[in-house]
Design a protein. Sequence first.
Length: 178
Amino acid sequence: MKEVRVVQLCGYKNSGKTTLLAAVIRQLKARGVRLAVIKHDAHQFEMDHPGTDTDQFREAGADAVAITSPGRTAVLMEAETPLETLIGAFRDVDLVLVEGFKQAAYPKLVLLRDEADAGLLQLQGVMGIVVPKEMIKPQKMTEEPGRGLTVGSDLPAPVIPRDDVDAIVALILSSEAQ
């Protein structure tokens, strides 16, 4: 069985992860990449609707419910599933994109809203730093504890403007992401 490539997008709330991920997905699909997306939600989410058959099964006490139709399948479990287990469910794709799971050890793009988010550069596996265009200075930037991003020596990964989806996709497809 082939090893599935995994790339994470990590950032704090309202950093643009979902919007960027949707743009990246569109470009990757246009290039013929088969992909899956896993999103971590820090809050309790609801996918089912009150009164549906699957909702009634869950309310009756089922620990897991699956529903399938000719074009779609969903599985709802009353437990958090480890990231590795979720990735394992997608062995027939070329790439798994993961939104969140900051502490996982996969290659990741870190989205910074501003200099205050620079602590994210300490995460394991940072392969790219995605920032608003106005944060990019002509000189190189570095992260200094307590000071955010400042002009100076090298950062741990290339810096890419958030609106340069082509460059972000190129980095995801590069050998650095494997």
